[in-house]
Design a binder for this molecule. Structure first.
Ligand code: ZN
Ligand code: ZN
Length: 244
């Protein structure tokens, strides 16, 4: 109890000399704001109702919300039955994800995790779901970063939805891979082939699983993870991501 009180006093004194600033625009934060100011939050490029119902790709036609996007219309049986994305990987959302992932700002986990949880709630993406499975990092990369950003996001989605996290040891990255960001689309698929293993297939047999990740680019990593789960008998795999 006294520790919490002491922490509040120290925080109050520090705020007096070093007022907290918005991570995106550098403006002073009001007492009700945390990490990012309200104006910057309102400017995040979040995906609106006019988006593909299967993959969340923004559609730019006024009546677009009822239709699948072009690439989805050409894919009869996708590996991921649905992709739910919060926003587009640009502007402030891109900056926040970079701070979270590459500058190791773990303090952004509640803000970003709750953003994703809220998006999943409004798009009714939790229906019939049994597990949340964060895309695993290789242990060496996780040691470097100090945390797995996908697991941090999934923790907040789990708290908001009540859907349990697949145990950490169940789905593992068994091979170290080159960071996908440095590769072409074809190179990405080859890079992650055989990179994941499921140690407890009985856990996912007959269940619906949502993979959780920070960014979707070509989908090579999430598709490879989904294939491992489907081979073990998962009945459906979807993907929740912050940005695409
Ligand atoms: Zn700001
Ligand atoms: Zn689509």
């Amino acid at each position: 109890m006294w520790r919490q009180a002491l922490r509040r006093v120290v925080r109050g004194v520090l705020d007096l000399f070093y007022p907290p600033l918005c991570l995106l625009c550098g403006a002073d934060l009001d007492h009700h704001e945390s990490l990012v100011c309200s104006a910057c939050l309102a400017r995040l490029p979040l995906i609106g109702p006019s988006s593909c119902p299967r993959c969340s790709r923004p559609l730019h036609s006024p009546n677009g919300h009822a239709h699948l996007c072009g690439p989805c219309r050409l894919t009869a049986r996708p590996v991921l039955d649905r992709v739910v994305a919060c926003g587009e990987f640009r502007a402030g959302l891109r900056q926040l994800i970079h701070l979270f992932k590459y500058r190791r700002c773990q303090c952004l986990a509640p803000l970003l995790g709750n953003l994703l949880a809220q998006r999943c709630l409004t798009t009714q993406a939790y229906c019939d779901l049994d597990w949340l499975a964060p895309i695993p990092l290789h242990w060496m990369r996780q040691r470097w970063r100090g945390f797995n950003q996908a697991r941090e996001l999934a923790r907040y989605v789990s708290l908001a939805s009540g859907i349990p996290l697949l145990p950490r040891s169940a789905l593992r990255r068994v091979r170290r891979t080159t960071p996908q960001v440095r590769l072409t689309a074809a190179g990405r698929a080859a890079n992650v082939a055989g990179a994941f293993a499921l140690s407890s297939p009985h856990l996912v047999r007959g269940t619906r699983v949502a993979l959780v990740d920070d960014v979707l680019t070509t989908g090579a990593t999430s598709s490879e993870c989904a294939r491992v789960l489907l081979r073990a008998g998962a009945s459906a795999v979807r993907l929740f991501v912050l940005a695409r």
